[in-house]
Design a protein around this ligand. Structure first.
Ligand code: RIB
Ligand code: CA
Length: 314
């Protein structure tokens, strides 16, 4: 087996975040050093409950969950109950978590862990707004050079926006945080809507999940709920599993294709605030700062996801 990749997952569960957590926790190639939660799809109190519900569902109460920032750096919090439901994990009722939150703020966990572990040995996996990451970088600039890589779900190119005509939700919620992270100079893989809108569940796949066991059944119930938004808005066949694409890339980068380009974050635009301005055709001389993915091998991605989720129900 290749060397274990050590990761910290920063998330705003959200059904798709939850599936990403399950995929990571089921994959021996990954060592999850901790989970940090941020306000996004639903307020922080709920994302912090939901992350622990998922750890308990996966039988992984050994993983520490740290609550992070409860609002963006500058603007008021925008949430997405219209997509994820009131709890953020609508679709199935999971028991309230028994495991406690880990003591301390997520930002301090990020700083302490990056300072303690060997430089370059940790991959940060943001699945929500980038508030925690940007706050940690601002509070402790010395940790920036110690991050091995950031692999995040966010932004869009051709797919443009899902929360405004120009912006994808994770970036839109905290554009200042995104701008700081994209400018930090950390090697970055960006998985935008262009790639994640190809990671659509199919009815057969969902029914396969439902037949697995309690974990698979939860995934099926989440996607049954979560797919409504994209079916109504885009006429999609199924639910786009945005955040699991981040973990999928870590497990098998050949599942995706993209190129190293410059990506800037619009923070001033009256209509375009939160837009990822992706220089896909290299029309500027701005230096490349991200591997920006545009396509997904849907068949192989869902085969991997099914096999790994199946391990949790074995
Ligand atoms: O735009 C999709 C992203 O916003 C996903 O991460 C989803 O969970 C929400 O956070
Ligand atoms: Ca998310």
């Amino acid at each position: 087996m290749t060397e274990t990749r050590r990761i910290i997952i920063d998330c705003d569960p959200g059904q798709d975040d939850a599936v990403a957590l399950l995929l990571a926790l089921a994959s021996p190639e990954l060592e999850v050093l901790g989970i940090t939660t941020v306000a996004g799809n639903v307020p922080l109190a709920l994302t912090s409950v939901n992350a622990r519900k998922v750890c308990e569902l996966a039988g992984r109460t050994d993983v520490k969950v740290f609550a992070g920032c409860d609002r963006p750096l500058q603007q008021a919090l925008v949430t997405a109950e219209h997509v994820h439901g009131k709890t953020g994990l609508d679709g199935i009722e999971l028991p309230a978590p028994q495991m406690p939150l880990a003591p301390g703020h997520a930002v301090d966990f990020l700083i302490e862990t990056l300072r303690r572990e060997p430089a370059g040995s940790i991959t940060l996996c943001p699945l929500g707004p980038l508030t925690n990451i940007a706050t940690a970088f601002a509070k402790a600039p010395d940790i920036v050079a110690r991050v091995g890589r950031i692999v995040l779900m966010g932004g869009a190119y051709f797919e443009v926006g899902n929360i405004t005509p120009a912006a994808e939700f994770n970036i839109y919620v905290d554009p200042e945080a995104a701008a700081a992270v994209f400018a930090a100079g950390v090697p970055m893989t960006v998985i935008p809507l262009d790639a994640t809108h190809q990671a659509l569940t199919s009815r057969d796949w969902v029914e396969h999940m439902r037949g697995l066991g309690p974990v698979g059944a939860a995934v099926a119930s989440w996607t049954d709920f979560f797919e409504r938004f994209d079916k109504e808005k885009y006429g999609s066949e199924g639910a786009p599993l945005h955040d699991p694409c981040v973990i999928g890339w870590l497990l098998d980068p050949t599942l995706f294709e993209g190129r190293e380009i410059n990506v800037e974050i619009e923070t001033e635009g009256r209509f375009t605030r939160g837009m990822t301005v992706a220089d896909w055709w290299g029309v500027t001389d701005r230096p490349a700062n991200a591997l920006f993915l545009r396509s997904t091998d849907r068949t192989r991605f869902f085969a991997l996801l099914a096999e790994r989720i199946g391990r949790l129900d074995a």
